[in-house]
Design a protein around this ligand. Structure first.
Ligand code: FAD
Ligand code: SF4
Length: 326
């Protein structure tokens, strides 16, 4: 076992200061991903800054009608909160589609957004992986890649982002609140996660030492019909092969508002903006839905063994759009 320091932070300021004072520090949320990766030797922090007891465990309505969830709200609590269930059902459904009851009771909002890919080569330190060790190559590209990306991947990395929750947050136009050595800022979830490009070791735009303090859900989409659908190898305890989060407003048979995000297809939640643009103003129905989805998925570049994901995503999204149409 590799020794590491442990610090329990009592405030955001204390957490960020503790991180700055330690080489190779990591924040510890629920630990359900980080501790696993430490056991595998993938993560080797010199210090864990435990943020799980920071006063960031509330879900509140803000004066402008937004809903803010603190970074340490447990996944189970977020999914069960009346404000989320009533106004953003797609988010509750996405969280409940992930992991297991026990894991969701421990996992936090911030940790969920920052969980690492489940690519088996990333998790095996005896294998080449540009994400874990830049410059070593990508074992998955010519290896086992049935679960890997079909959109936005690069020569360097074809991994997918594993979070279900993040896919719903992307469809809801949520923002991530960050606090760090250079102050506070917010980023849209859609710009928080990165495509791999030439630096697959970076999953997100978070800066060293920055702490996620919360996520904010906008009022504009509150209460609109929404749903999450996930295809996976087992009925629970399995990551998405493909998933979709949809927010849809159809009035008088015409699509007034459409937000679609895919999971399991790319290195980040994939916001389907081309499909959304193609849908708004169209008469709701299979013709428009499938045309819009085909326009989006035309950008897919499947690998040897994962072309099935394109048809799977099309079918899932078509089904959800149909179900949300009054
Ligand atoms: C068997 C199994 C099955 C699973 N299935 C699914 C699934 O189907 N769908 C799904 O979405 N997820 C699934 N998960 C993943 C699970 O959702 C994540 O492990 C969990 O959400 C991570 O949250 P955490 O608080 O435990 O993060 P941690 O493990 O504590 O942290 C994860 C990362 O985030 C960083 N971090 C944590 N909080 C913050 C913060 N506030 N600011 C900055 N950095 C922070 C840590 O330093 C670490 O790098 C599964 C996990 C397991 C073990
Ligand atoms: S897909 Fe990405 S994470 Fe997986 S082996 Fe290749 S570089 Fe590593």
């Amino acid at each position: 076992m590799k020794p590491f320091a442990y610090v329990r932070a009592r405030s955001v300021e204390e957490a960020t200061a503790a991180y700055a004072g330690q080489p190779r520090a990591r924040y510890l949320g629920g630990g359900t991903n980080l501790v696993d990766l430490m056991k595998l030797g993938v993560e080797q922090p010199a210090a864990l800054i435990d943020i799980s007891r920071l006063p960031l465990a509330a879900v509140d309505e803000l004066p402008d009608g937004s809903v803010r969830a603190g970074a340490t709200v447990r996944n189970s609590d977020l999914a069960a909160h009346p404000l989320i269930r009533d106004r953003y059902p797609v988010l509750a459904q996405a969280i409940l589609a992930g992991a297991s009851g026990q894991l969701r009771n421990v996992a936090t909002t911030g940790g969920n957004l920052l969980q690492r890919t489940r690519c088996p080569y990333f998790q095996d330190t005896s294998k080449p992986c540009n994400k874990r060790e830049p410059g070593t190559g990508c074992g998955a590209r010519e290896g086992v890649h049935r679960d890997h990306a079909v959109l936005g991947h690069s020569e360097q990395c074809i991994a997918t982002h594993p979070s279900d929750m993040a896919v719903a947050l992307a469809a809801l136009d949520a923002r991530v609140e960050l606090s760090g050595p250079d102050g506070q800022r917010t980023l849209p979830v859609t710009e928080f996660h990165r495509l791999p490009g030439d630096s697959p070791q970076r999953d997100t735009e978070i800066a060293p030492g920055e702490l996620i303090t919360g996520v904010v859900l906008p009022p504009a989409v509150a209460g609109l019909p929404s749903a999450y659908r996930k295809a996976r190898d087992r009925a629970s305890y399995a990551f998405a092969l493909a998933s979709v989060a949809v927010v849809l407003d159809v009035t008088d048979g015409v699509v007034r508002h459409a937000r679609i995000a895919f999971g399991g297809l790319a290195h980040r939640p994939w916001r389907a903006r081309r499909a959304e643009e193609a849908l708004v103003g169209e008469r709701a129905g299979d013709d428009a839905f499938l045309r819009a989805l085909d326009a989006e998925l035309a950008a897919a570049e499947p690998l040897r063994d994962n072309a099935y994901k394109v048809a799977l995503a099309r079918n899932l999204a078509g089904d959800v759009l149909r179900r949300l149409t009054p």
